[in-house]
Design a protein around this ligand. Sequence first.
Ligand SMILES: Cc1ncc(COP(=O)(O)O)c(C=O)c1O
Length: 450
Amino acid sequence: MTERRGLPAVGLGVRSKALLERAEQSLAGGVGSSARSTRAGWQPYPPFIASGQGSHVTDVDGNDFIDYLLGLGPMLLGHRPPRVTEAVVTALREMGTVFGLPYALEAEAAERVVQAVPGIDLVRFANSGSEAVGTAVRLARAVTGRPLIVRFEGMYHGWMDTVYWSNHPPKKEAGPSERPLPVPAGPGIPSSLADTLVVRGWNDVAAIDQVMAERGRDVAAILTEPLMLNTGCILPEDGYLKHLRELTSAHGSLLIFDEVITGFRLALGGAQEYFGVLPDLTTLAKGLGGGFPVAAIGGSRAIMDWIAEGRYSHSGTYNSNVIACAAVKAAVDELSIPGTYEALRARGSKLMDGLRAAAREAGVPVQVQGVGPVFQVWFSDSPIHNYRQAAALADHERFHRWWQEMYSRGILFHPSQDENLFLSTTHSDLDIDRTLEAASEAFRACAVAR
Ligand SMILES: Cc1ncc(COP(=O)(O)O)c(C=O)c1O
């Protein structure tokens, strides 16, 4: 690829290609998670990363990228955040990793989470978002004694059998939009679990009212992301989250906010602070540990007492390991520095506004939807409010073309429109300016290609 004015050109990636071919001999598909594969859009092959620093990553071919992939969310403090990294290294050197017994740092990390997140009186740590959601769903059933979980089409809540349904169901299997059918997201999930789920479209008040009117007494919980982030980025309609809160309370069901992405990202207290609606149970993961692997489940004292008093057994060998707890304590302290979220949101807004302007100037209709620290550029003439609209309106081919143009200019984010662009506290004004310069050229290239 040729050098462009003011912007580095991304090379062909011969080392990445060679590494993928080597990795494929021993690692299934050559990658550690399906979202990193060529099938997920990383064409012709994913860049193999050599290192990350702050808002940038460098690949093995020497290409430097401004990183809006951010590990699919966790690198909220940028790559190698100095204080968190130091805290983890010190704890490892001075303490160890896993004891199978409690220790003081664990309580210090828990105190940080309880203080920050308004809906959490008590917390337990886990190792991945999937685990945390799996626990939340089972705990909701245990506490209420009810079988049903209501979840929304287009959301992803991890890969546990109980929730890995209807993420992106094919149209021909998904049923009518007012009453979608639960569709397993892959083979191997017992079909009998369909009877434990009710799936509805998000942002549809009439549909959720109808479900609760008909089956409310059997509903253990409504499970939702407070901002829909696994079908691009879709905002809740005004009053929708509050309505879910009131509806669940009225029917004796629990409200679970899956804040695996939004927790510590939208605000220190997550989306529940940002939108001012408190759930009964909260799951956290990607924003929690400054990029180290950790997740958490927390909630009101009355519910979490089921765990505290041994009525529900929450277990896990690696729960609350030293890496996780040192990371949580240091990351939450870092995020608690006054002004952190104001600066993050201001930069995010500048980037979103700039992208809107660049697309407008190029004559490319897009909807930049999000809240600043996380957003998506929908290639669509009109706003997207739910999964069915995304499936009908979003132009995936044009998005992919734009992604390629951005990637070749050193701007990194996921090639699928169903993912997001993430901002870290380390993205600078220069990063934003360079991104917008690249975006102007990329939109113009898409306009010409139409
Ligand atoms: C909203 C949401 N919940 C749960 C998960 C699962 O988290 P993990 O990948 O840590 O298992 C994800 C992962 O992307 C997510 O976005």
